[in-house]
Design a binder for this molecule. Structure first.
Ligand SMILES: [Zn+2]
Length: 542
């Protein structure tokens, strides 16, 4: 220790004390300020806190009036808001509805894509772990060889689906040979109609069909007509997107579905004169149509549930959140970032941002897990502006400050409706889509069985009744969606009429099958009791 150091020590001490004192003083002020800030912050409520505080006041009134039912209802509402998952499917309420209707396929269809199934699996696994017997989640492991019925083979082959048929299912309940096949000579004239038949066009144009349809629609947008997008780049872009879909291995989510969704959205926008009513700019329309044709880009042929359960690279990359949808968006912008396919290169920075946001939000809304949320957003606007059969619809778009968001809410709904529009198409077209979608679902189910994964709902070819599943899908998913669509855009009523006819078609098929089964049972009743006993044993095994 040196002398200089000793001499300095008292000084330092003194200075240090001074610092500490002033420090304490500052600390006091800071603490006081913090306290004031916290009190201020406490006054700032989130929307849900605000709603809850209003509900609590209402509850006080209900209690004062001895109205126990209202008081309990308010408690229920508060608990649901506090859960922060208002858009999740309420399986308790839903199960009751379905039990009453004696129809389980509606719930199955919603669960097929939504998080509910996954959450249930996680919950079951969690409960199993708590009980100390993890891994008891039931899995179906058996695998049966699959054979294609000759009639289905012929139909799928006709529409360019004949390359890899080993996993395509047989559809014993749908007899497509009885569906009239009216070749419509000039399909392109119907491009903005609900009667447009991409499969008839495919009979004439073979491999070029999907490119021709996408090109026809995009080329007729104002943005392209104004010359902002160079023709050679546009052509290359459409070709790249179309070939980005795997028609050979992916039996439903391929370029036919992508272009069908694009054509349906185009029809909704056109027949409803929506650019005018919704104050949509040519850029908005262009962005949504590009979003539609790209919305399933590079689809793998399995759904999000599969990717999450199989822990695929896509689920890892996107953290189990809208796995495929995020992948489709990223794939689209990868194409858009390459010079030779960048149709957005002549747009201004702010225009690019609008297009990108429209595409991202639009494609995310096609995740079935967002089905309830997309509908709820639109229903809220219907209530707020008292929309009825198209009346007052344009009022939604009067407030310029909310214009972008309100347009997006509606555009998301139109794209989502287009994505689930198969049962809204004329019967011949609709049944072809049904065949394709179940061919893909069953192929996924086979893969799940092979890998020892839980078989996703509606994906088990041994247990799924397609007709019953379609009745559920229409009643619980597509009909409620299209009823809302027709309420705001009455010009789309043809879709709803088609859907009602298709519903009758599937109901008749179920009734016919049940009648046949009843007849068979009557015939069997004379058989010995031994076979009945063995049947009972099998049921116990399940
Ligand atoms: Zn889709």
């Amino acid at each position: 220790m040196n002398i200089v150091g000793l001499d300095l020590l008292p000084n330092i001490k003194l200075k240090k004390n001074q610092v500490i004192e002033s420090d304490l003083f500052i600390k006091d002020i800071v603490l006081q300020k913090k306290k004031e800030k916290t009190q201020e912050l406490q006054k700032v409520l989130t929307k849900s806190e605000n709603i809850i505080s209003k509900l609590r006041k209402l509850k006080e009134k209900a209690v004062a009036a001895n109205d126990t039912i209202s008081s309990q209802d308010i408690d229920w509402i508060i608990s649901k808001i506090n859960d922060q998952n208002l858009y999740d499917i309420d399986t308790n309420d839903f199960n009751t509805t379905i039990r009453n209707d004696n129809n389980t396929s509606g719930l199955a269809y919603l669960m097929q894509y939504s998080h509910v199934e996954n959450n249930n699996i996680v919950q079951k696994a969690f409960q199993a772990t708590r009980k100390g017997n993890a891994g008891t989640v039931k899995m179906t492991m058996q695998r049966k060889s699959t054979l294609m019925a000759p009639s289905s083979l012929k139909v799928l082959g006709k529409y360019g689906m004949n390359k890899k048929l080993d996993a395509i299912s047989e559809f014993p309940t749908l007899n497509l040979s009885s569906v009239p096949n009216n070749l419509i000579q000039n399909q392109m004239a119907l491009i903005d109609s609900s009667e447009f038949d991409i499969f008839s066009l495919n009979d004439m144009e073979k491999d070029k069909t999907t490119f021709l349809v996408a090109n026809e629609i995009i080329s007729n947008t104002d943005v392209v007509k104004d010359g902002i997008v160079p023709n050679d780049i546009l052509e290359k872009f459409i070709q790249t997107v179309i070939s980005g879909y795997d028609r050979v291995n992916v039996l439903y989510h391929n370029d036919f579905h992508a272009v069908d969704v694009m054509q349906t959205l185009f029809t909704i926008l056109t027949v409803g004169r929506l650019p005018e009513k919704m104050k949509l700019s040519p850029i908005d329309v262009f962005a949504m149509l590009i979003g539609a044709v790209c919305h399933d880009l590079h689809h793998t042929g399995q759904n999000n549930t599969y990717h999450i359960n199989a822990r695929t690279k896509y689920a890892i990359r996107y953290n189990d959140i809208s796995v495929l949808e995020n992948f489709h968006i990223a794939s689209s912008f990868k194409i858009l970032s390459k010079d030779e396919t960048n149709i957005l290169k002549n747009f201004k920075e702010e225009e690019y941002k609008i297009i990108r946001k429209r595409i991202i939000e639009g494609i995310l809304s096609t995740d079935m897990a967002n089905h309830q949320k997309v509908l709820a957003n639109v229903k809220a606007k219907i209530g707020e502006f008292q929309i009825d059969k198209g009346v007052n619809f344009n009022k939604i778009f009067k407030d310029e400050t909310k214009l972008f968001d309100n347009q997006q809410i509606m555009l998301d709904m139109f794209l989502h409706c287009s994505d689930i529009s198969n049962p809204a198409k004329p019967q011949r077209i609709s049944t072809i889509w049904t065949q394709r979608v179940y061919a893909e679902f069953f192929k996924q189910g086979d893969l799940e069985k092979e890998k020892g994964l839980p078989v996703s709902l509606l994906c088990d070819r041994d247990t799924t009744d397609i007709n019953k599943a379609m009745i559920g899908f229409i009643n619980f998913v597509t009909k409620p969606s299209f009823e809302i669509l027709v309420n705001i855009v009455p010009e789309c009523n043809a879709y709803l009429s088609n859907m009602k006819q298709n519903l009758i078609f599937y109901e008749n098929a179920v009734n016919k099958k049940e009648e046949k089964n009843n007849d068979d049972e009557d015939d069997d009743s004379s058989q010995s009791s031994a076979s009945i006993e063995s049947k009972g044993e099998n049921e116990d095994d399940e």
